[in-house]
Design a protein around this ligand. Structure first.
Ligand code: GLU
Length: 495
């Protein structure tokens, strides 16, 4: 059996976005599934729009997602000789021709065709020039493009799409398209095919927005005498208004780096991406890397467009709620050691990392993460919502401040009193700390909640969280006592 060879060929004209990342992921999954290879090719022939920053962004994005490749990155511009050789071969074999029509002529014809409500494609004016006519125009120094000569046939032109089934067009729907510009530069349609042939690509898996290209490219494979790869077109990803997602209309939210910066777990994000265009056939949503490679098939790629469910200005969700929900699921269930490594990077960035967390305090560190992760959405939450576990300079959120402290000014005395009693305890345990807090509530004739919520607020800055007494044990007596005594700083924060 021949080895499957897939490719991811981004044009480096912007950052790696959700659509591109999803394409890369699908190709990667299929390569892994079939024991094949993934080739990374940077399609940088549009020299005006290609940038080094974009290339770096794409590589960084793929690395972050954990999508690795077996060959490349190849750079398309390094293969212009191949592209031109293919064009010349087709010229020599009469499968392409030089076209001397000027821009003005083309425009005028287009307008006339439009007015007469006729086909607007190229009318074939230069298709049948004699070799003498061509030589004459060339020696007069007239500029020309090279056009592919679409065969005159009656039948249908098409291919079997692995996702969509048979796709067909009649030959006269396709006009003679340009493969080399008048400045001698070959066009994407040609370069892409020549490179896929050279790279021995067996499967072209890309977005449905490329289907018009595929129709033309099928003809190029035939003309170049190369076997056609399997084509599989993936649905587009649209927003809630059914518009294609793009940087222009959605901003950074569609960029892969946004998710990296917001503390998403790379594989969790891949898990989200795969569901934007593929389904396992049942309602399973969470897949480990191995499970997904096993389950993935081209046939189960969705035919209809997928929706990136994001409402601008949605206060609760800063991106598609499903992306967040999947991330939470991983956050809660992933091996705590792995979470520990990822949170380390976040804490380092925020200046909250302590070398001891990797040494003598490692057990404490992992235990604390396991305790607090249940309510978090992203890795960044460990440094923001969880700041009180790693530093003393945390703030209290407005809601608990009002609800749990300002409403009960007596806490200014009661919490320091509680601190004294905790200080005096022989054993600082969950049972003892709970007993003492409840006794204090009884003594002051308030519900235990008043004391416990007040304590939670000054100790963690948060409205909710894990069991209060587990928190006390994690933070340790010294910190707890010190924070309870310091209750005034929070009343001052409110002033
Ligand atoms: N460079 C093209 C793009 O980024 C590649 C399309 C393809 O053939 O997969 O859209």
């Amino acid at each position: 059996m021949t080895e499957t060879r897939l490719r991811f060929p981004p044009s480096p004209t912007g950052y790696l976005h959700i659509g591109g990342a999803r394409t890369a992921l699908f190709n990667w999954l299929y390569a892994k599934k079939t024991g094949g290879k993934l080739i990374l090719r940077i399609e940088d022939t549009d020299t005006e729009r290609s940038t080094q920053d974009s290339i770096q962004g794409i590589l960084d994005g793929l690395n972050w997602l954990g999508i690795d490749w077996d060959e490349g990155p190849y750079f398309q511009t390094e293969f212009s000789t191949d592209h031109l050789a293919a064009a010349n071969q087709m010229l020599a074999e009469g499968k392409a021709y030089k076209c001397f029509c000027t821009k003005e002529e083309l425009e005028a014809r287009k307008e006339a065709a439009m007015a007469a409500k006729q086909e607007m494609g190229y009318n074939g004016a230069c298709r049948n020039l004699t070799p003498e006519q061509v030589a004459e125009k060339e020696s007069a120094g007239l500029p020309f493009v090279i056009r592919f000569k679409v065969p005159e046939r009656n039948g249908m032109l098409g291919y079997d799409d692995k996702v969509l089934g048979r796709i067909e067009h009649s030959y006269n729907e396709v006009d003679d398209f340009v493969i080399v510009r008048s400045n001698g530069k070959p066009l994407y349609l040609l370069c892409n095919v020549v490179d896929d042939i050279r790279d021995r690509i067996t499967h072209v898996l890309r977005g449905q927005d490329h289907m018009t290209n595929t129709t033309r490219q099928v003809l190029l494979y035939e003309a170049l005498g190369a076997p056609m790869p399997v084509f599989a077109h993936m649905p587009l990803t649209l927003d809630l208004k059914k518009a294609k997602i793009s940087k222009r209309s959605h901003g950074e939210i569609v960029a892969v780096h946004f998710y990296k910066e917001h503390g998403f777990i790379p594989w969790a994000f891949c898990n989200f991406l795969v569901l934007l265009g593929w389904s396992p056939g049942d309602d399973t949503e969470i897949f480990s890397r191995e499970e997904l490679i096993e389950a993935f098939t081209l046939e189960r790629i969705n035919k209809s467009n997928s929706i990136f469910n994001y409402r601008k200005g949605d206060e609760k969700f800063f991106t598609d709620p499903k992306a967040i929900a999947i991330n939470e699921q991983y956050l809660r269930t992933m091996d705590i050691g792995e979470i520990g490594d990822m949170v380390q990077k976040v804490l380092e960035k925020e200046g909250l990392w302590n070398a001891a967390y990797a040494g003598e305090k490692k057990e404490w560190y992992l235990h604390t993460l396991a305790l607090i992760r249940d309510r978090f959405h992203t890795l960044n939450d460990f440094a923001t919502l969880g700041r009180a576990y790693f530093a003393d300079d945390f703030q209290v959120e407005q809601k608990p401040l009002e609800k749990n402290l300002l409403k009960f000014p007596d806490l200014k005395e009661w919490l320091p009193l509680l601190a004294d009693r905790y200080q005096a305890l022989e054993q600082f345990t969950t049972e003892e700390t709970e007993r003492v807090a409840k006794e204090l509530a009884e003594e002051k004739e308030v519900k235990p909640g008043v004391i416990v919520n007040g304590m939670r607020t000054v100790v963690t800055g948060q409205l909710a969280g894990p069991s209060m007494y587990d928190i006390l044990m994690t933070l340790g007596r010294d910190k707890v006592v010190q924070r309870l005594r310091n209750v005034n700083r929070f009343f001052q924060q409110a002033d």
